[in-house]
Design a protein around this ligand. Structure first.
Ligand SMILES: NC(=O)c1ccc[n+]([C@@H]2O[C@H](COP(=O)([O-])OP(=O)(O)OC[C@H]3O[C@@H](n4cnc5c(N)ncnc54)[C@H](OP(=O)(O)O)[C@@H]3O)[C@@H](O)[C@H]2O)c1
Length: 293
């Protein structure tokens, strides 16, 4: 039995917490910003009603074996306040976020040798504090190393698949190819299948090509066919399907443009690769967000 604290029990953190609580004998606890009494996760198969300890202050928690950090990427610095109370010299932190900077973002706050970066696919919505709707199965990819193997062993759940990969960099940049293009939905305020529109598709393809170039400079091995794979999946999305950066815009929340587009610009600069499309869309999303604040 492992002690697992979920920092950020929103869509992803809440889903993982409920499923770990139900399908394992681990001691799961929640570290939240907004208090709530009960975690309720609805999926197509069942509703998970979980009475788990919920802390809102680091003073009220003690060290655990695992921290699963499931905040938005722009909340990492604030969320790191939990680490001093939750972590001892054996604690491992698994980061379940989008982007490619899972490890580097934690470097100022935690020993990077004990960070497990997790590429996660799990369509889920955070409707209110403690209220989550899970729309599909959970797929995760972690590095094929000792801590990655230990992370996979935490889950014994038919709806959760954890893949061990020898090439996590390629897995993360492959996902970024989809996520960087998602900015077009946030800018146009149109659902994922905005990709059926020729002008929107051209913008998405340009964003993906820059992502590919920078990803390859970072060591990712990704075939050119990814462009059509991403576009076909976006065109085929059901009417109304919303990606998370668009959902954040509609809800008036800050958006993860820095982790999804800004990162391509920053790492592009490092390699001398121009990324004008991602730069412009990151700047526009930043301005849009500032206007909505
Ligand atoms: N949702 C999806 O379908 C999905 C799919 C794949 C990947 N992802 C990625 O997964 C990551 C998490 O996304 P999400 O959709 O789960 O976000 P979310 O629903 O907004 O959940 C984030 C949670 O973190 C909490 N939080 C913020 N600061 C905190 C702090 N200092 N201490 C404790 N808790 C704190 C938030 O609290 P409040 O309730 O106070 O806001 C919220 O409950 C993102 O990188 C996202 O891109 C999401």
């Amino acid at each position: 039995m492992a002690r697992i604290a979920i920092v950020g029990p929103g869509a992803i953190g809440g889903t993982l917490a409920a499923r770990l609580d139900h399908f394992s004998n681990h001691a799961v606890s929640l570290c939240a910003r907004t208090p709530f009494r009960k975690l309720v996760v609805r999926s197509s198969e069942r509703t998970f009603d979980c009475e788990l300890p919920v802390a809102t202050e680091p003073d009220h928690v003690t060290p655990v074996d695992w921290v699963i950090l499931a905040t938005k990427t722009y909340q990492v610095a604030e969320a790191s306040k939990w680490f001093e109370s939750l972590c001892d010299d054996k604690t491992v932190v698994a980061v379940t976020q989008n982007g490619v900077e899972h490890v580097s973002a934690l470097a100022p706050f935690f020993d990077v040798d004990r960070v497990v970066p997790v590429v996660i696919d799990c369509p889920a919505e955070h409707r209110a504090a403690g209220q989550i709707v899970q729309h599909g199965d959970v797929l995760m990819a972690v590095p094929n190393n000792e801590n990655g193997v230990r992370f996979r062993a935490l889950f014994d759940d038919p709806s959760i698949e954890v893949t061990l990969t020898d090439d996590w960099t390629s897995a993360a940049w492959t996902k970024l190819c989809t996520n960087c293009a998602g900015a077009v939905s946030a800018i146009t305020n149109r659902p994922v299948n905005v990709a059926r529109d020729a002008q929107a598709a051209a913008a998405m393809i340009a964003l993906i090509h820059e992502c590919l170039a920078v990803g390859r400079a970072e060591g990712a091995l990704i075939d050119d066919s990814i462009v059509e794979v991403v576009m076909a999946s976006q065109r085929g999305a059901p009417d109304g399907a919303m990606n998370s950066i668009h959902a954040d815009r509609v809800a008036g929340r800050p958006m993860e443009w820095a982790a999804r587009n800004g990162v391509i610009v920053r790492l592009g600069e490092k390699h001398g690769i121009p990324t004008p499309c991602n730069r412009m869309i990151a700047e526009l999303l930043s301005a849009l967000e500032a206007g909505e604040r």
